[in-house]
Design a binder for this molecule. Structure first.
Ligand code: G4F
Length: 332
């Protein structure tokens, strides 16, 4: 039997790289959309794919161009499409609302429209986000919680979520959205707070830095491990009917707790190294995210396993290892 064909947008990112690995292991033929510059600078831009890039089929295209998306869909004719690409850094979305809205909403719309025209039977996954809940009126948040996004990023994700549902209802396409709460790993981008902290810990241990400047330490997030979360995406597309699912751990921790734990794994006291920087506070903050993934557990059989403490430890250890310094206690 021929291998199933999957197409991933955002394949060079944290989630894309874990998902690509997972699908390869499941026997898929995995295609990815990348920017042309990525193919010209693979060492740097395809670093998360190193080790298995040779088993992937990468196509240069831009999610800002319908024509280029159309070409890829026509050529690949995927059976499953995972749309992960986005301008995903919430802070940046305050600096440039227009490009965040344009790129995120149009990218999703172009992809859905191309699939409708060329591969209507393709199953589609949209990377929704707990940022859609924003200023949530209840905790924990589930699939029925009203959206109240607090940034253009959150607004763009609500629009993508609505587009996905609309294609499901209007064209009977198998379109599902995962409402993923924060998910991290050693492959996380350095701009996000968890990696900023763990890479900062490693730089301090290595004597390359003296502090980590942070914004709002009180914000609380439901943090899970990206490697586990991508398996939920796949499970959604194996269901007979498309639907939307919250993916979360059901535990919440503050940024301060994350910092405290990360520094303590390296035998350091965060209070000696974390400097508050009011410039890093956001114009509108999402104070508390806490997910209820019981629907995913009941219908997809998905449940998180990697606990917060182990996630933090893995990230600190990976960053310390990369700089050639010890990490886990006791330091030696
Ligand atoms: O790590 P963050 O930048 O992630 P954020 O904004 O929660 O968004 C992430 O998770 C979403 C899912 O809920 C995704 F949709 C999204 O794409 C992204 O992956 O910030 C986490 C919290 C915020 O409250 C922020 O204000 O950390 C606080 N924070 C405090 N100091 C900081 C910093 N965030 C960053 N990035 N940098 C700081 O120095």
């Amino acid at each position: 039997m021929d291998a199933r064909r999957a197409l991933i947008t955002g394949i060079t990112g944290q989630d894309g790289s874990y998902l690509a690995e997972y699908l390869l292991d499941e026997g898929y033929e995995v295609h990815g959309i990348v920017r042309r510059v990525a193919l010209e600078d693979p060492e740097h831009r395809l670093s998360r794919l190193s080790g298995f890039a040779g088993r992937l089929h990468l196509h240069a295209a831009s999610l800002e161009s319908y024509a280029s998306i159309h070409q890829v869909i026509e050529k690949v004719h995927p059976e499953e499409c995972y749309h992960l690409a986005a301008q995903s850094f919430v802070s940046y979305s305050f600096d440039d609302e227009f490009s965040t809205l344009n790129a995120n909403i149009n990218g999703t719309h172009f992809l859905l429209a191309a699939l409708k025209n060329l591969a209507r039977d393709c199953r589609f996954y949209f990377a929704g986000s707990s940022e859609m809940f924003g200023h949530a009126e209840e905790a924990p948040q589930n699939e029925k919680t009203r959206f109240h996004p607090r940034s253009s990023y959150g607004i763009s994700k609500v629009a993508g979520f609505d587009l996905t549902r609309n294609y499901r209802e209007a064209y009977q396409m198998h379109c599902s959205s995962g409402i993923l709460f924060n998910h991290e790993s050693p492959r996380r981008g350095y701009e996000f707070v968890t990696r900023k902290i763990t890479s900062g810990v490693a730089r301090i241990r290595a004597g390359k830095s003296k502090e980590v400047r942070l914004g709002n330490l009180e914000a609380k997030r439901d943090w899970g491990h990206a490697r586990e979360y991508v398996t939920a995406m796949w499970r959604m597309l194996q269901q007979p009917e498309p639907d939307d699912y919250v993916i979360a751990t059901g535990e919440t921790h503050s940024v301060q707790e994350f910092a405290e734990l990360a520094f303590s794994h390296a035998g350091l006291d965060y209070r000696d190294y974390v400097s508050p920087d009011p410039a890093l506070h956001r114009p509108a903050e999402v104070n508390l995210l806490l997910g209820d993934a019981s629907k995913a557990k009941a219908k997809l059989g998905w449940q998180f396993k990697i606990r917060f403490e182990d996630l933090v430890r893995e990230m600190v250890e990976a960053d310390c290892r990369a700089l050639g310094v010890g990490s886990a206690l006791p330091f030696g």
